[in-house]
Write a protein that binds this ligand. Structure first.
Ligand code: F6R
Length: 595
């Protein structure tokens, strides 16, 4: 998704600061980038493609001490230099960057063109500088012109604007994130904290309907009428180094290896092992009659896992694709609706949560992002505490979601002895570390990289892990991969199985799920497919497999978290062998803020 940065106060270093900050936003996914510096006139540089193309087009400095920058993820018009942001008006004095979608841009554009404005791009965004231009021509000052332009917009936007001859950035937010960064010597404005984290840890998250003005004298947040709003200044709890690669070739590999620490953070202070209890004081009293989990992508797989945990504990629970839920919600009755979302900004999941709120349901955000829209809009929030995740493919946050869902389940369940599950959670970081230290996933990737397709099967708690293994593989290898409930194989997918389609079978424990999945292994072997068993050795799965990815023996709930780490590593190594763009897979964005 698009990324915004704005900066006031860094003097001659402003331009380079903007470009560096855009680098910190690359993880969100983008296809073009640009910057605008405001001095006596607007200096604009923008390029389609990677940030290096923009770096090559940008000199050391440009006149002006105030600037904005943008990484674009196309929605209206292909990724070209013209469609890259910032966009300017006819006079070239007003420059605007935008995240989101302006739904009524076409009638606005028709109106502006009829009035004589000339457009240079195919974007929805470009209507904004032209509307501001009209306001200024009518005698309004830039801030009043900006407010009057914003008042005409329908849709979602985070907007930042600079005007020639003014040393201020004006910003507005509706349904797209925007955060101020407050350093001693400078003020930043961005769509996400990593953009400026190396300069400051003090932040202000803007709410929908709020405006901000940032200039050399400071900053102010106002409402649509221009009245000042008292906002909370928060402190970010992670360091700038957390957004670096720390010697790993890719953020994804680094984040896979950060899982033991991320899980420790998730569990810290929340588990009382002696009493066999979990305490999530931030949630208050929890006694849901039923739970609906709404999510998308990887988070949906965590939601399926969470729904199974809750059901096993006697709480009726169901996982839904957020986009489907928003479209046709089931009877919500007395449900607690849980939005599972790494970013807390996914438009589909926000849509489902808002629909649930409209129908009077209690809502809970299970997210990694403090200050995210979802965390603020839901009645309660449970943070997974994974730290920033830069790689587009979710890894440590999936494990964090699974772990937090275990905590939520234990906390919401009628009192019972949860000591076994709690002990397994205590051992979880060490068990994940064992997999990281001992995994032979690279050899498996070597053996099967280049196959026709990759299939993943599992039952029970391992079913969502099979789905996740396939999603990770397709996202970063661009190869065909599918995950199935192992029992479904014979109902259709078996037709796809050949000697060139390795089947990754998740078999943990020695119960019925394991025995039946071994049956599925035999079915695919009979069709000549190579089998990779992800197993703890409690069953005979290893005997029937061509390769084994070993995981430590643990509680079934924890096994599904640990086993997934092997699949993350296989996907990573296959993608690496194929030379794929692992941290920024084609066509994908880290945070999908459009529906
Ligand atoms: C997959 C991935 C996506 C996200 C999905 C939801 O690796 O990252 O499938 O899981 O876009 O995003 P969040 O969790 O931010 O709501």
């Amino acid at each position: 998704m698009c990324g915004i940065i704005g900066c006031v106060g860094r003097g001659d270093e402003t331009l380079q600061t903007l470009v560096e900050s855009l680098g910190k936003l690359e993880y969100r996914g983008y296809d073009s980038a640009g910057v605008a510096m405001a001095g006596d006139r607007i200096e604009l540089r923008k390029r389609a493609g990677e940030l290096d193309a923009l770096r090559a087009a940008v000199p050391e400095t440009l006149p002006g001490t105030v600037g904005i920058g943008h990484t674009r993820w196309s929605t209206h018009g292909p990724p070209t230099d013209e469609n890259a942001h910032p966009h300017v008006d006819c006079t070239g004095n007003v420059a605007v960057v935008h995240n989101g979608i302006i739904e009524n841009y076409q009638p606005l554009r028709d109106e502006l063109e009829a009035a004589g404005h000339t457009f240079e791009s195919e974007t929805d965004t470009e209507v904004v500088p032209h509307l501001v231009e009209d306001g200024i021509a009518d005698g309004l000052d830039p801030e009043a012109a900006f407010r009057s332009a914003v008042a005409r917009l329908e849709g979602s936007y985070a907007l930042a604007m600079v005007v020639a001859g003014s040393e201020a950035i004006l910003a507005a937010r509706n349904d797209s994130p925007l955060v101020l960064g407050l350093a001693d010597d400078a003020t930043y404005l961005a769509s996400d904290v990593p953009a400026f984290r190396e300069h400051t840890d003090r932040v202000v998250y803007l709410e929908d309907g709020q405006f901000a003005r940032v200039d050399r004298d400071g900053w102010v947040v106002t409402d649509a009428d221009g009245d000042r709003i008292d906002v909370e200044i928060r402190t970010v709890e992670w360091d700038a180094e957390d957004t670096g690669k720390s010697g790993y070739d890719h953020f994804m590999l680094k984040e896979i290896h950060e899982q033991p620490r991320a899980l420790r953070q998730c569990l810290q202070g929340r588990v009382d092992e002696l009493a066999g209890r979990v305490s999530l004081s931030e949630l208050g009293e929890l006694d849901p009659a039923r739970v609906h989990l709404v999510a998308a992508g990887t988070s949906y797989h965590a939601a399926i896992y969470g729904a199974q945990l809750l059901q096993q504990s006697g709480i009726p629970a169901q996982a839904f694709y957020a986009h489907e839920y928003a479209l046709s919600p089931p009877p919500i009755e007395d449900a607690l609706v849980v939005g599972v979302s790494q970013s807390g900004e996914t438009a589909d999941t926000l849509g489902a949560i808002r629909e649930a709120s409209r129908r009077g349901a209690e809502t809970l955000a299970l997210t990694n992002t403090v200050g995210s829209t979802m965390a603020r809009e839901c009645n309660r929030a449970l943070f997974i505490r994974s730290g920033p995740e830069i790689g587009v493919a979710a890894t440590k946050t999936f494990a964090g979601q699974q772990t937090a869902l275990n905590l939520l389940t234990i906390a919401a369940s009628p009192p019972s002895d949860a000591r076994d599950a709690i002990a397994a959670l205590r051992d979880l970081p060490a068990n994940v570390q064992t997999v990281l230290d001992e995994s032979n996933a690279e050899a498996v990737a070597e053996a099967y990289g280049g196959s026709d397709a990759y299939f993943f099967i599992g039952r029970g708690l391992n079913y969502p892990v099979a789905l996740e293994g396939a999603l990770k593989t397709k996202e970063i290898t661009y190869e065909h991969a599918e995950g199935f409930a192992a029992g479904e194989l014979k109902h259709g997918p078996l037709a796809l199985v050949t000697g060139d389609t390795p089947v990754f079978a998740l078999v943990t424990g020695d119960g019925e799920a394991a025995t039946k999945t071994i049956g599925s292994i035999k079915e695919v072997e009979a069709r000549g497919a190579p089998v990779v068993a992800i197993t703890d050795g409690q069953s005979e799965a290893g005997r029937y497999a061509d390769h084994v990815l070993r995981v430590p023996e643990t509680h079934p709930r924890a096994a599904a978290i640990v086993a997934n780490v092997q699949l993350q590593l296989v996907a990573y190594h296959v993608a690496n062998r194929l030379g794929r763009s692992i941290d920024k897979p084609r066509n994908l964005a880290k945070s999908v803020t459009v529906e």
